[in-house]
Design a protein around this ligand. Structure first.
Ligand SMILES: NC(=O)c1ccc[n+]([C@@H]2O[C@H](COP(=O)([O-])OP(=O)(O)OC[C@H]3O[C@@H](n4cnc5c(N)ncnc54)[C@H](OP(=O)(O)O)[C@@H]3O)[C@@H](O)[C@H]2O)c1
Length: 293
C-alpha cells in the first residue's frame, strides 16, 4: 500500500490461508490507506468466508485511489469478480501481468487449475549422472552446502515424497535440519503399492496426486519415482545438484521412462538458474511448455 511514494502498509497471507494479505496490510496502514495505491500479487478475493471478509469489500471500504493486481484469481468464486466489484465502487483498477507475481503463486495456481501441487523433482548426481553406487550407497554424493540448500527447498515445500525403494534403502527422515526452520518439516509421502509405515502417507500412483493437500511438493527420488513422474509429465521444476565425482557403473539418476526418440526430449526444459554450492553445482530447470490455462 503506497501513498505519496511511501509504503504505508505491507502484508502477506498467513499460514493456513487467513487472514489474507490485504487484511494484514490494512491493519498496518489504517487511515493511511485512504487515497493510496494497493499493489497485490493476486486479485483481491470476492468471496467472504467464516474465517474472514471478502478482500474486495475491505479494499472498497478503505478508500483506495487505485488497485493494481499481478494475477487474476483462478478461484471460480473470484475469477475477475474481485476487481470488477472494486471498479464498480469507482476505484481505478489494473491487471498488470507480472512474472514475479505469477512465480510466487505457482503452487496456488497449480492447485486451482489442475487440482494438484506444483512439483519439483530434486536429484543429487555424480558427473556421470548416477544417484548411487551399484551397491546402493548414496550418502553423500553432494557436500554440506548443497545439502543445506536442499533442506531450504524442503522448508519451502508443504509435502515431500520418495519412492518405496528409497524408503527401504535409506530410511530417510526427510526433515528440515536448518537452525530455526525445524518446524517447517513437510508432510512425508511415499510412492508405493504397499502400506506406508507409521508417520508416512502412501501415494499408490502419480495419478492420485489430488490426495496430497499441498501447494508445493518436493519429489526426492529415487530413479524409478523420477521416471514415473516424468513419464506422467508431472514435473514442473527440476533441481539437479551435481557433485564433482565420477561413479561409473552406478545407479542412473533417472530410470527408463519410454522416451520414443531424441526429438521428444528436446524443447521441454529451460534452465532458469545455475550456481556453485561449495564444490557442487546446482542447475534449476523449469518446464518449457505452458500448462493448460
Ligand atoms: N542421490 C539422490 O538424489 C538419491 C535420491 C533418492 C534415492 N537415491 C538412491 O536411489 C536408490 C533407490 O532408487 P530406486 O529407483 O531403486 O527406487 P525408488 O525410485 O525410490 O522407488 C521405487 C519404488 O517406488 C514405487 N513406485 C515406482 N513407480 C511407481 C508407480 N508408478 N506407482 C506406484 N509405485 C511406484 C515402488 O514402490 P513399492 O515397491 O514399495 O511398491 C517402486 O518399487 C537408493 O540407492 C537411494 O539411496 C538417491
Amino acid at each position: 500500500m503506497v501513498r505519496e511514494g511511501r509504503v504505508v502498509g505491507r502484508g502477506w497471507t498467513q499460514a493456513g490461508g487467513r487472514p489474507h494479505a490485504e487484511a494484514v496490510a490494512l491493519e498496518m496502514a489504517g487511515e493511511a490507506a485512504h487515497g493510496a495505491t494497493l499493489y497485490v500479487t493476486l486479485e483481491p478475493c470476492a468471496h467472504a468466508s467464516g474465517r474472514g471478509p471478502a478482500c474486495a469489500d475491505l479494499v472498497t471500504t478503505a478508500g483506495f485511489a487505485r488497485v493494481v493486481a499481478g494475477v487474476r484469481d483462478p478461484d471460480p468464486r473470484t475469477a475477475g469478480k474481485g476487481l470488477a466489484r472494486i471498479a464498480a465502487a469507482g476505484i481505478a483498477t489494473g491487471l498488470v501481468p507480472c512474472p514475479a507475481a505469477e512465480a510466487s503463486l505457482a503452487g496456488y495456481q497449480k492447485r486451482q487449475r489442475e487440482g494438484r501441487p506444483h512439483i519439483t523433482l530434486k536429484l543429487a548426481l555424480s558427473v556421470d549422472g548416477c544417484i548411487a553406487l551399484a551397491s546402493g550407497e548414496s550418502r553423500w554424493i553432494t557436500g554440506p552446502e548443497a545439502r543445506a540448500h536442499a533442506h531450504l527447498e524442503r522448508a519451502n515445500s508443504d509435502a515431500i515424497l520418495v519412492g518405496g525403494g528409497t524408503l527401504r534403502a535409506d530410511e530417510p527422515k526427510l526433515d528440515v535440519r536448518l537452525t530455526g526452520l525445524e518446524a517447517r518439516s513437510p508432510q512425508r509421502w511415499v510412492l508405493t503399492r504397499s502400506m506406508a509405515p507409521k508417520g508416512w502417507n502412501a501415494l499408490p500412483s502419480p495419478d492420485h496426486l489430488s490426495a496430497i493437500d499441498a501447494q508445493y511438493l518436493l519429489v526426492e527420488g529415487g530413479a524409478h519415482v523420477a521416471a514415473a513422474f516424468l513419464e506422467a509429465d508431472l514435473v514442473d521444476r527440476l533441481l539437479i545438484y551435481r557433485a564433482p565425482i565420477v561413479i561409473g557403473g552406478g545407479h542412473p539418476g533417472i530410470a527408463d521412462f519410454g522416451l520414443a526418440d531424441l526429438a521428444a526430449a528436446h524443447g521441454r526444459w529451460r534452465k532458469t538458474d545455475t550456481r556453485r554450492l561449495g564444490n557442487d553445482t546446482l542447475d534449476v530447470y523449469e518446464r518449457f511448455r505452458c500448462s493448460p490455462a
